[in-house]
Design a protein around this ligand. Structure first.
Ligand code: ADP
Length: 187
């Protein structure tokens, strides 16, 4: 299964993705996690990405696309994956289409986690206290939500038109959200 999980920052994508990937037996491919691992490791990619991430901006497509292409070419992603945090721009949608087409495949389903804005901000501020992520300050959170609304929310219309989109309420207990997603996936 080739699944894309979408949703605003703080909707719980990361949490759900880990559970779902395990359940589906596919790798969890999170661009945010890959960027953060590179930042922690001080790699050239991490140094480049950090400037954008700390400001709540998207890392340029030229950097992100190459990184995802390499990751999806790994053998463990050959039979499926759970993508989390990519694509986030319309240009990335095109790029992902061509990456998958070059392997003779395409996405099977796109799950959008929907969330209440106030709830999302509260969750992110709480995570800031617990995990100390550099991009979880109030100003940066506000910017990340804006960027999501401007650049990423429009992607759902594209996937809806393709008949791939399932919208799932991301509010409530983690296990409840997981079962809603599994229902939508027919699992
Ligand atoms: P969020 O909690 O905002 O969903 P992620 O952990 O998925 O956060 O991503 C953190 C940051 O990494 C983003 O704010 C952005 O700077 C960068 N990033 C992640 N995925 C992408 C992408 N597909 N394109 C550009 N930048 C990305």
């Amino acid at each position: 299964m080739r699944i894309l999980l979408m949703g605003p920052p703080g909707a719980g994508k990361g949490t759900q993705a880990v559970v779902l990937a395990e359940r589906l037996g596919v790798p969890h491919v999170s661009t945010g996690d890959i960027f953060r691992a590179n930042v922690a490791g001080g790699t050239p990619l991490g140094i480049e990405a950090k400037r954008y991430m700390d400001a709540g901006e998207y890392v340029p497509d030229s950097v992100t696309n190459d990184m995802v292409r390499d990751r999806l070419a790994q053998p463990d992603a050959a039979n499926g994956f759970l993508l989390d945090g990519y694509p986030r721009t319309l240009a990335q949608v095109d790029e992902l289409d061509s990456m998958l087409a070059s392997h003779g495949s395409s996405l099977d389903r796109v799950v959008e986690l929907t969330a209440d804005l106030d709830e999302v901000v509260a969750r992110l501020l709480n995570r800031a206290v617990e995990q100390g992520r550099a991009d979880d300050t109030e100003d940066v959170i506000r910017r990340r939500l804006e960027v999501y609304t401007e650049q990423t929310a429009p992607l759902t219309a594209v996937y809806n038109q393709r008949g791939l989109l399932a919208q799932v309420d991301g509010m409530g207990a983690v296990a409840d959200v997981t079962s809603r997603i599994l229902d939508e996936l027919g699992i």
